[in-house]
Design a protein around this ligand. Structure first.
Ligand code: FAD
Ligand code: NAI
Length: 463
């Protein structure tokens, strides 16, 4: 008799492992299949966590070299020990992935090691064994999107995975794609001494983010030394002993030119990972972009098979995957699991950071929704001045009639943390006035959020 579970989750990324833990908390017998040697998926192994470790370390290096003197802290002979920096990143990853193993043991989630394949509804095969489950959850995540003519080898031409592992600072790093990965990892290697050129197909960076924030981000990163080639496309890459030669053309067509790089980072997006799962055989439908098609309750067209996270539609973000994992586990337990997609924040961990939640001005205009915008700069905030981090602003968008908060877009110090306040406001259906009337500790960066909320009615106090 095959071993039987209430739920088998395939994939132990933030979507899958959180779904497994929540289902176990709710009293179900749960297994989670993972083919990687460690748990935690893209996020913990080769995504969020290692990139944030390197962003933190490289920012420390940059501050020690260029910012401490302003505070009267004089250091001489600041040097980079890249091997130690990379080793530390490894330690951070290792502690996190072991943490998930501990959580599985604590919650009695069985880790089925190997690649999972759905044999039929209710049956999953892992490493030659078949297991039964009332519910199967596909949480197999995503992988880097390839580009024709640019062959990844993870040493000279790398995806984010290779860019996190470089053993030497490249002389010239060329990034294809001015999205989140390109700007975060471009920042890391620029701070560590590389010349960085970002080639972006569109006429702007980070598509989907608020226009004003994106423009400010471009100016800020350009001041830091990143070079941008917008409206450009890479049509080929030739590897040689002395680096890679890229052929670059205007996006609209025109004369090609060649750019030399020591390392090329390909970061033009990620695509759903469904290979080898047996989906076609079982009849699970995919959408036009290869994502598993689900309904509002994460159910696929095949009864008993569900999907969450990067492998389905929506933002490819760890916390979106986690929230879907929790909601699905609750639905499977007969509860009313739900994700509010209007309140999912997005953060870019450059410095200054970028953070966004809810609708952008462009989206509100397109939808014909009348709104008011309140904006406040970090230059007028005491704490930001004390820190010496005054670049950027907070912008809050509220419904013109009801004052309900519809969105917020920020660039500045630690705005990745500040954005949580507006996610909460949106979740609670708060008005800008509710945010403005809430007491904010002084002196904190959060006061910029309060002042932006006051500015919605034109009554900011400190400007
Ligand atoms: P994944 O994390 O991709 O996990 C899927 C797992 O399924 C993998 O471990 C895979 O090995 C396993 N798997 C696949 N097929 C099978 C199979 N057949 N059998 C068994 N196992 C299988 N998001 C943020 O919110 N914040 C960030 O700061 C951030 N930084 C990022 C930085 C980088 C460099 C990258 C690449 C991504 C980053 N992301 C970030 C995105 C985030 O990593 C993803 O949104 C998130 O990991 C998606 O979670 P998931 O559970 O859907 O899938
Ligand atoms: P992305 O979708 O953020 O950006 C890709 C960029 O490449 C876009 O600006 C796009 O216009 C451009 N592009 C596409 N094709 C191109 C071409 N042929 N030539 C030049 N430019 C081209 O994708 P990215 O940066 O690869 O990240 C993948 C996913 O990982 C994102 O969806 C993001 O959500 C997630 N992620 C999240 C992070 C965070 O939350 N801080 C950090 C890193 C990744």
């Amino acid at each position: 008799m095959p071993e039987s579970f209430d739920v088998i989750v395939i994939g132990a990324g933030p979507g899958g492992y959180v779904c497994a833990i929540r289902a176990a908390q709710l009293g179900m017998k749960v297994a989670c299949v993972e083919k990687r040697a460690t748990l935690g998926g893209t996020c913990l192994n080769v995504g969020c966590i290692p990139s944030k470790a390197l962003l933190q370390s490289s920012e420390n290096f940059e501050e020690a070299k260029h910012k401490f003197a302003e505070h009267g802290v004089l250091l001489e002979g600041v040097k980079l020990d890249l091997a130690r920096m990379q080793a530390r990143k490894g330690e951070v990853v290792s502690a996190n992935v072991k943490g998930v193993e501990f959580l599985f043991r604590k919650n009695k989630v069985t880790w089925l090691k190997g690649a999972g394949r759905i044999v039929s509804p209710g049956k999953v095969e892992v490493a030659g064994e078949t297991y039964e489950a009332k519910h199967i959850v596909i949480a197999t995540g995503s992988e880097s999107t390839p580009l024709r003519g640019v062959e990844v080898d993870e040493t000279q031409i790398v995806t984010s995975t290779g860019a996190l592992e470089l053993e030497k600072v490249p002389g010239h790093l060329v990034v294809i794609g001015g999205g989140v990965i390109g700007l975060e990892l471009g920042s890391v290697w620029r701070r560590l001494g590389a010349e960085v050129t970002v080639i972006e197909f569109l006429d702007r960076l980070v598509p989907g983010m608020d226009n004003e924030v994106a423009k400010q981000l471009e100016r800020t990163l350009a001041k830091q030394g990143l070079k941008f080639r917008l409206k450009s496309k890479v049509t080929g890459a030739t590897k040689g002993a002395d680096g890679v030669t890229l052929t670059v053309e205007p996006a609209a067509g025109g004369a090609a030119e060649q750019i030399k790089a020591d390392v090329v980072l390909l970061a033009i997006g990620r695509r759903p990972h469904t290979e080898g799962l047996g989906l076609a055989e079982v009849g699970v439908e995919l959408d036009e972009r290869g994502r598993v098609r689900t309904d509002a309750h994460f159910a696929t067209n095949v009864p008993g098979i569900y999907a969450i996270g990067d492998v389905i539609a929506g933002a490819m973000l760890a916390h979106k995957a986690e929230d879907e994992g929790v909601a699905l586990a609750e639905i499977l337990a007969g509860q009313a699991g739900h994700v509010n997609y209007a309140a999912i924040p997005g953060v870019i961990y450059t410095w200054p950071e970028v953070a966004s939640v809810g609708a952008t001005e462009e989206e509100l205009k397109a939808a014909g929704i009348a709104y008011k915008a309140g904006k406040f700069p970090f230059t007028a905030n005491g704490r930001a001045r004390a820190m010496g981090d005054v670049e950027g602003f907070v912008k809050i968008l509220a419904d013109a009639k009801t004052d309900r908060v519809l969105g917020a877009h920020m660039l500045g110090p630690d705005v990745g943390t500040l954005i949580a306040e507006i996610s909460l406001a949106i979740e609670f259906g708060a008005s800008a006035e509710d945010v403005a009337r809430t007491c904010h500790a002084h002196p904190t960066l959060n006061e910029v959020v309060k002042e932006a909320a006051l500015a919605v009615e034109g009554r900011a106090l400190h400007i």
